[in-house]
Design a protein around this ligand. Sequence first.
Ligand code: GLN
Length: 493
Amino acid sequence: MINSSLKQLSTALAAKQVSSVELTQAYLDRIDALNPHINAYITLDPAKSLAQAQAADAKIAAGEAQPLTGIPLAQKDIFCANGWRTTCGSKMLETFIAPYDAHVISQFDAVGAVNLGKTNMDEFAMGSSNETSYFGGVKNPWDTTRVPGGSSGGSAAAVAARLCAAATGTDTGGSIRQPASLCGFTGLKPTYGLVSRFGMIAFASSLDQAGPMAKSAEDCAMMLNVMAGFDSRDSTSVQREKEDYTRGLAAMQADKPLQGLRIGLPKEYFADGLNAEVAKVIETAIAQYQALGAQIVEISLPNNNLSIPVYYVLAPAEASSNLSRYDGVRYGHRAADYTDLLDMYMKSRAEGFGAEVKRRILIGTYVLSAGYYDAYYLKAQQIRRLIAQDFTEAFKHCDVIMGPAAPSTAFKVGEKTNDPVAMYLEDLYTIAVNLAGLPGMSIPAGFVHTTEGKALPVGLQIIGNYFDEARMLNVGHAYQQVTDWHTRMPEGI
Ligand code: GLN
């Protein structure tokens, strides 16, 4: 059961082979046994989850089931969920109980999915290893001496260890795709504006986007069907007709189902910085795509090397503004002892935020200050435009772009904690996609074996044109019809 697809679970629930209460309880038992070793969940509330499961069972009995009714999902702790503690991985929100639902949460509620719990994450989604979480690091289920990636590390480990049927994540610079690569599952960051950010705690608003983290492209498509859609409460939510992202997935019997598909390979992605063994896995996957009928085109993204410096001006700038709301006055941590208002602000923020968050607030405040704004912030915005134009040019010659999702496999806990720049390089292949607002996904493409005999997953990244998620999911699905990387589970789990 734990390795079943969402479709299989949905069929089993409809056929009454299992009830949502039984399924939810089975996951809760598994979480009880394994979470102490992995630390994927920050908050569990079995009574709430089981009540939702009961309601789902009633819905199923009444013949009102939808595809995800009764299915237990893990929610990244960045989404406000009414009545649930919502921490964003920070001491600042350690005791914050959300008084309303994020759009993503209410969409899943509306179809009767079950919220299994809130997953661990880097503090305010800042990080690539989940080590900046106030609630402690998350262990990679493939090798517990290694990180799961970040910032959606808890959701990533929960999906990999089968501690949920699927999960949500958010991706500002790579936080769905990089952990998907390091933990061996399928994760999709949609086009900016496709999924409402309402109730999703803000990090860098012009980059943040929520998406599904699941076992397969098909599961991601089913999740995206629920998550995507216009929401007037998010001013950047795009008004467009609802799509069925599962359309086209079933009809893939042809011998060469991807005949005519043009895959762009950016030469900049296969250069310095890419681990040689990861490169081999990616090349094998591309060859498989050729066998499926796709055609390879070499493309160039000449400004890709500027994406990390640009991101580390713009994301901190937006974060410094977004995080100014945590002042100890209205909600969040307030220092116990202070002399006056200013002292209260300073102590509350000094105590409530961790080191990485403070670093970003300092950088962001600096690049936005008078005298530096033009030199840093404005310049970065101009380069952001050039980076987006690189993609527009590339998509004249190809339908999707492929490459690695991360430069290496999962690294050891503590290996990069004292070297922020090494940590920032984790997102070398993902950040430009956020800067351009494009959709990107990572699918499992193979393994690299460590000297200790551990198998570490490698993700293939598929980047699509704006709102081309349906095609990307088809491209991922076609590969998953002829390979079984996405069905592999970590040993001993
Ligand atoms: N690793 C990047 C950062 O630390 C991206 C994080 C994210 O996508 N939320 O900012």
